[in-house]
Design a protein around this ligand. Sequence first.
Ligand SMILES: Nc1ncnc2c1ncn2[C@@H]1O[C@H](COP(=O)(O)OP(=O)(O)OP(=O)(O)O)[C@@H](O)[C@H]1O
Length: 379
Amino acid sequence: MTNKYEGYYSGKKGEMLNNQYQIQKELGSGTFGSVFQCIDKQRSKYVAVKILRAIDKYYEAGQAELKTLIQIRPLSCQQVVEVLDYFDFSGHLCIVFPLYGQTLLELLKANEFRGYNIDWTRELSKSFLLGIQAVHSLSKVHTDIKPENIMSKGKPVSTTVRGRVFVHPPGADLVLIDLGSAVEVDKRKPVLVCTRQYRPPEVMLGLDFDYKLDVWSAGCCMFETITGRTLFRTHNTVCHLMQIQKILGKMPVNMYQQAAQLKRCKEIDSYDLQTGLWCFPSNYDEFEKQALAGIKTIEDELEGNKYSLIHLIRWMLRWDPNERPTIQQVLEHPFFNDPPRDTKGIQTDADDWKDVIDAFVNGQVSEQDFIAWWKKVGK
Ligand SMILES: Nc1ncnc2c1ncn2[C@@H]1O[C@H](COP(=O)(O)OP(=O)(O)OP(=O)(O)O)[C@@H](O)[C@H]1O
């Protein structure tokens, strides 16, 4: 039955869709529709059926998602959701996917938000970055990279390491889902895309965005994978920009100048041109002040981890999208070539390299020079 006002389909257990898919239970729902676990009666296997809302704009969004899914199929990328079938059912566009395990958010929750160790973080990140790379190869920006849109392919398993149980995907197989917000890079419009916590500054400022939007969001997801914590926790744009400022330092003035010229950012008055700082808006919540006080620099937040990871996340989280690496550069970063290490041994390389780190943080060493040095010292 369709909810007349919101257009969601409320599927009942046992109901047949398209004479082939029998509904078992609802797996989740989002802005665009609901996802049900079903049994494919023809192939005798479980599948996930996304039933788009029966409202024109969501039907059209579903068609756009389908188009991207079909375009990406020839790449045979194992890290992007696969489309198995699609059909119209009572005015709802339905898309059939393999049944995956749990979202990265659910996995982090199952581990009580303790985060994964560095070796798991490397493998899990590589997996979803390859998914993003496939989307970018179609000249599209995903625009909604977040732990809820990254899923374990298989049913998660529990492993005990030194008395501690942790839940993880079998292998490190993750898959990027929800291509419903993907936009062609040439046809993108300066609209408010991306889920709040993973939204980069250029989107908040109303500037044009491109592939580097996904790089920012992926950096936030990598931070969350290693720490178990969401990097930016706020619902207010200015407070969000202030949190970024606390972590990364001052926003480049040219970004303010562009935003002021384009006049798409209604919070622009909270930027103080004299000090070059974002300042609390009049409508901020006391909670926002506390959240800001709890924020440290990336180096402090990730203290105790290998510097290659700290360096990479810092690079992915540059204010200026032009200074962020491409997904290709991310995947080629030394972090992904580090030999796996046991959690006990990883402590920190940072002490050995303090001078180079300081030079990088102070802007005296460029990314390229840093990587060249890195390769030279055999890392
Ligand atoms: N193939 C799948 N297997 C198992 N569960 C799935 C699958 N696809 C989606 N889900 C579940 O359904 C939820 C919603 O899916 P999806 O993100 O595609 O919907 P949406 O309406 O586009 O959401 P959003 O509002 O985030 O854009 C997911 O977070 C996940 O929990």
